[in-house]
Design a protein around this ligand. Structure first.
Ligand code: ADP
Ligand code: ASP
Ligand code: MG
Length: 408
């Protein structure tokens, strides 16, 4: 029988009524002749609530015990959904990540899945059960509970679909597909019926949180057909697929934005070999990831150096930079947390010139100053003041004709 893996996110299981609704959907699929493995998130707000409790004890908390705590959110929903299914006459069994041996590395709070032992699930499916698996969690080789990072249930679902060779992995959420940009910011954004793995990976990496980055990586690597759908509204959603399956290639597929970055600048450093390393070496040693980097052409023997990091790392990075700046004899160190990165994504960019200039022209026409620019084969990103987020995204969405003609 064809196997489908379905994942339901936090809002889709946010109340008992919604869990009942999920149970009905699962039962429908089984009636249509599918085996179903369901992955669920914690009820909406629950992971944040648990995180808040832990932070009351220690604001900087991370590591092993946090995973023991956070994994309980999903344990509640698997049990409730299995109960709802059983109650409606559908045989169902729930499993935690550890019980079905979702084996991960030991990187607590951001673990990576290494292997899944599908034997137990296959046996239960053969016995006619619907299987409900806790998303976002696994177990390491020492038996410690691990979690996969925020949004990690998407990755659990795709990894299970790959391990069980499912026909499709369906991600049910509170929007009915992947849109040209976040519909919360641009109400007339358009749903894409298809998008390539490569573009979806860029969108996710550049801030569109509709899918966790790793879930898209996984789906691309193992060629798992992945579909984003609404839990609340019927429809075909968005299929994430290989490039050759996307027939009409738009120039730009979508606009992503990321509000979690902060900018740091070192002014007036000596323009000589080794300076970039001296600035960024201590940052890397402190395990802080650097995103965009810009170094100016030197003048008068000095140069300026600007880069971005995650906002959570800003204070630490600024401290390290101040220490280094003194050693380097830099004129000044400054920074800004209130920035946003806006990115255009599209495989069509490969074969078209002029997209960058149209982007810059559009931003200029609404008076937005660009602070940093970076490009790669299928994306262009700019950093601007955070206050311009909505204005910038909407102006670009219009300028590139991404709107849905049927919605105002
Ligand atoms: P879930 O709890 O189901 O995992 P998420 O909140 O993680 O749901 O993801 C769904 C949200 O992603 C949507 O409500 C939407 O605001 C946001 N989002 C951001 N970018 C996009 C996009 N390009 N298309 C669709 N949704 C997007
Ligand atoms: N519950 C986790 C979170 O809120 C995982 C998920 O929902 O995918 O991040
Ligand atoms: Mg999510």
């Amino acid at each position: 029988m064809a196997l489908i893996v379905q994942k339901f996110g936090g809002t889709s299981v946010g109340t008992v009524e919604r869990i009942q609704h999920v149970a009905d959907k699962v039962i429908d699929y089984r009636r249509n002749g599918h085996d179903v493995v369901v992955v669920v998130s914690a009820m909406s707000g629950e992971t944040d609530r648990l995180l808040g409790l832990a932070r009351e004890i220690n604001p900087g908390i991370d590591g092993r015990e946090l995973d023991v705590l956070l994994s309980t959110g999903e344990q509640v929903t698997i049990a409730l959904l299995a109960m709802a299914l059983n109650n409606k006459g559908c045989l169902a069994r729930s499993y935690t990540g550890a019980q079905v041996q979702i084996l991960t590395d030991s990187a607590h709070n951001k673990a990576r899945i290494r292997d899944i032992d599908g034997a137990r699930i296959r046996r239960d499916l053969a016995d006619g059960y619907a299987i409900v698996v806790a998303g976002f969690q696994g177990v390491d080789e020492h038996g410690n509970i691990t979690t996969l990072g925020r949004g990690g249930s998407d990755t659990t679902a795709v990894a299970l679909a790959a391990a069980l060779k499912a026909q499709e992995c369906q991600i049910y959420t509170d929007v009915d597909g992947v849109y040209t940009t976040d519909p919360r910011v641009v109400p007339n954004a358009r749903r894409l019926s298809r998008i390539t793995f490569e573009e979806m990976l860029e969108m996710a990496s550049l801030g569109s949180k509709v899918l966790q980055i790793r879930s898209v990586e996984f789906a691309g690597k193992y060629n798992v057909p992945l579909r984003v759908l609404s839990s609340f509204k019927e429809g075909e959603g968005t299929l994430i697929t290989l490039e050759e399956n996307v027939m009409e290639q738009a120039l730009i597929s979508g606009i992503a934005f990321n509000q979690n970055e902060a900018q740091l600048t070192v002014l007036g450093v000596p323009d000589q070999p080794g300076v970039a390393y001296q600035i960024l070496g201590p940052i890397a040693d402190a395990n802080i990831e650097v995103d965009m980097i810009v170094q100016n052409i030197g003048a008068d023997g000095t140069t300026d150096f600007t880069f971005t990091v995650h906002r959570n790392d800003y204070d630490k990075a600024l401290g390290l930079l101040q220490l280094q700046a003194d050693k380097l004899g830099a004129r000044q160190v400054s920074g800004d947390k209130k920035i946003v990165k806006i990115s255009l994504v599209g495989v069509g960019m490969r074969s078209h010139a002029g997209i960058a200039s149209q982007m810059f022209k559009t931003l200029a026409s609404v008076g937005i100053n660009i602070r940093m620019i970076s490009t790669s084969e299928i994306k262009i990103s700019v950093v601007v003041d955070e206050k311009y987020l909505e204005l910038g995204v909407r102006a670009l969405h219009d300028a590139f004709g991404l709107e849905n003609p049927t919605v105002d």
